[in-house]
Design a protein around this ligand. Sequence first.
Ligand SMILES: NC(=O)c1ccc[n+]([C@@H]2O[C@H](COP(=O)([O-])OP(=O)(O)OC[C@H]3O[C@@H](n4cnc5c(N)ncnc54)[C@H](OP(=O)(O)O)[C@@H]3O)[C@@H](O)[C@H]2O)c1
Length: 341
Amino acid sequence: MKMMKTNKKFNIAVVGASGMVGGELLGLLESRRFPVGELYAFNSGRAAASVTFRGKKHACSAPSFEALKKADIVFFVSTDEVAEKFAPRLAAAGVWCVDDSARFRLTAGVPLVIPEVNGEELKPSRKLIAGPNCTLTGAAVALALIHRRFRVTELRLATYQAVSGAGKAAMARLEEELKAYFKSGSVPRSSDGKFPRPIAFNLFPQVGSFDGDGHSGEENKVEAELKKIWGDRKIKISTTSVRVPVLRGHSLAVWFKTARPCSPAALRKELQRTPGLKFFPRPDEYPTPLENGNRTEIVYAGRLRRARTAANEYQLWIVSDNLYKGAALNSVQIAEKIAKL
Ligand SMILES: NC(=O)c1ccc[n+]([C@@H]2O[C@H](COP(=O)([O-])OP(=O)(O)OC[C@H]3O[C@@H](n4cnc5c(N)ncnc54)[C@H](OP(=O)(O)O)[C@@H]3O)[C@@H](O)[C@H]2O)c1
């Protein structure tokens, strides 16, 4: 685990401190010894909540511009609407804003950053920074060097997305369904709108709402955000996003075609030196969400093989922690880079 080495302290605000990502973010600021001066914790204000940071309890309250402006860095881990309301104004006032919501990811002039892939996008003049969607992070990291060396022209993904990717209410929903099943022998249908179908002992190919062509919101995010992060508008990407009853850790089955000829051996070499990635070369050593997707700071990949559908097409299996590398850890790594600018 990397530790921060700097004498300067940063006042930190976390908007969404009582949420799934917020909780992990506070833990990471502490375990990675980020130089936090004051900590300000915010939630919706709808219910009383508190968080503990370095052994001290902090009551959460609803955010205001004035309260957020006291921070040097604000982490937005709440909603698109909250980020929209505060982040541009705060950034204009000189406060670093690291936003995990989807609101500004595709906005021109806002860097969309995974530090080990495109960390050079971070500049003192651009105070509002977006972190990407948790699903594409694994692919963006795992295939970064392969794309640079062999140029990926087509990428197909099938995703297996954990319930925690939809926040704490979704986790509670899975728990309720499991309890109901063990009590009554059947999984209840809920109409709270959190998920389109029951999730216990089930899976469904819908993450987000559908557009006019039948693609889901998540599928569109994967495509657009990956293109922005890799700085490649030409790559063709096609995704099927599936929610599965895994608690934590997103998995991806990917098929990629390369422009330049390569071989499994050449690909293995790139995967073995890719920053932020652990690659398992033996086919039976593949990663799983339970073993490799829970509080893990790197992305895992395995089962590299030639695809049988086209020349220069390969397959790979990728697992990453949606709450760490897909959100909280990536944001803290961004802050660590900011601290050195
Ligand atoms: N979960 C993931 O794997 C993941 C990955 C990448 C990005 N993200 C993004 O990270 C953000 C947080 O996700 P999450 O999974 O942590 O969700 P969550 O568990 O539902 O938590 C949401 C947090 O936002 C707060 N919040 C809601 N409305 C607010 C408001 N009007 N003002 C201030 N705070 C408000 C909530 O406060 P209360 O407790 O008071 O409701 C809670 O602290 C979302 O934008 C999500 O898209 C999540």
